[in-house]
Design a protein around this ligand. Structure first.
Ligand code: NAP
Length: 340
């Protein structure tokens, strides 16, 4: 990858690009990454902010964005085929994160539009977060926090319930990619026994491969979801997989909400057919099933797996590098390969 930590930070005083006018960068809705580095983006590009216009988006695009060549998006501002039809000059879609399930990749391919993401800049932080969520649910850290805040520790005569040991637990990782392999390394160090499922077996890893999520669940105490949301993975963790995990089983999801059949997950938790869950992602964010709010065996997180200040800075750099490469007709630094 072309960026290095020891390079001097980019600053607003650098010339935007060669040539006179900074190139246009279209933003329909700002991501947190854009908000965090707005000045940095504005110093380099002529940022077209559709969200600041009183015009409906389509009208704004028709009147102001016909020559826009690049768009910066995120999971909350989907790039649909319909949107692309309003952008005849578009050549690059760059997203503020790793996942690309909010982008109509087939439509991009048909139009010859390139797509870039932030590669694996968030994978260390997301792997840390997955382990944090797992420890929180197993050792009841967030429910312990609520117990203390509600003054129940001093007022109640009830004992706070026991948690569960992490060492020796069988952890099944769905998706042994950038994030999943870092989660595996961390939990290996905790003394867990790691198995995984992914599209293909990894000959160089020492962990046990299971060809299906069902088989993985049947051999695991903990199922940890680290794969992308695709047509194949949507609702892949269904009733059968949860039944195979069993009533002592715990699910942690940092992939995408819709990889799990959320209704089935809620029913399993309500009926105690699985022991607990720690969820950073949900099927219809920011909506979270209300049944989960009252459950002390469930840890809820507002899709924050990748959010660190340092990670955001790295992501900003890689987004800028992709944009600059595109405008200078050079290869992208982190292209998304679109499968046929
Ligand atoms: P990655 O390096 O591309 O790894 C994805 C893994 O998922 C690969 O091992 C892949 O298998 C596996 N996979 C793909 N389709 C599968 C299927 N049908 N069944 C089983 N496994 C399958 O991606 P990553 O960087 O680790 O990120 C994974 C996802 O995490 C992202 O797409 C994003 O949605 C999510 N994410 C969430 C946060 C957060 O804040 N919660 C932050 C960053 C990313 P093969 O290796 O066999 O191809």
């Amino acid at each position: 990858m072309a960026h290095r930590r020891d390079e001097p930070p980019m600053s607003g005083s650098e010339p935007p690009m060669s040539g006179s006018e900074p190139p246009q960068l279209l933003i329909i809705r700002p991501s947190n990454l854009f908000r965090a580095h707005q000045d940095g983006f504005s110093a380099k590009f002529n940022v077209l902010k559709a969200y600041e216009s009183p015009l409906p988006t389509e009208t704004f695009l028709r009147e102001h964005a016909q020559s826009a060549k690049a768009i910066l998006c995120f999971k909350g501002s989907p790039i649909t085929g319909d949107l692309l039809r309003h952008l005849p000059s578009l050549g690059l879609v760059v997203t503020s994160g790793t996942g690309v399930n909010h982008i109509d990749l087939a439509a991009c391919r048909r139009r010859g539009i390139l797509v870039a993401n932030t590669a694996d800049v968030f994978s260390v932080d997301t792997a840390d977060y997955a382990v944090g969520l797992l420890i929180a649910v197993m050792r009841k850290i967030s429910s312990g926090d609520r117990f203390v805040r509600r003054r129940l520790w001093s007022l109640s005569h009830e004992e706070f319930p026991l948690g569960f040991k992490l060492r020796d637990k069988r952890v099944g990782i769905v998706g042994l990619g950038n994030i999943g392999s870092k989660v595996a390394k961390r939990l290996d160090a905790f003394g867990c026994k790691i198995s995984y499922n992914s599209r293909s077996q990894k000959p160089r890893v020492p962990y046990n491969f299971c060809p299906t999520p069902h088989e993985l669940a049947s051999q695991s105490d903990i199922l940890l979801i680290c794969c992308p949301l695709t047509e194949d993975t949507r609702h892949m963790i269904n009733n059968d997989v949860m039944n195979a995990l069993g009533e002592e089983g715990v699910i942690v999801n940092i992939g995408r909400g819709a990889i799990i059949e959320e209704d089935a997950l809620v029913k399993h938790l309500v009926a105690r057919r699985i022991a607990g869950a720690a969820l950073d992602v949900f099927e219809n964010e920011p909506r979270v099933p209300v049944e989960l709010f009252e459950m002390d065996n469930v840890v809820l997180s507002p899709h924050r797996g990748s959010y660190t200040k340092e990670g955001y800075f790295d992501a900003f750099r890689i987004v800028v590098e992709n944009l600059e490469s595109f405008f200078l007709n050079k290869p992208l630094v982190s292209p998304v390969r679109i499968e046929e």
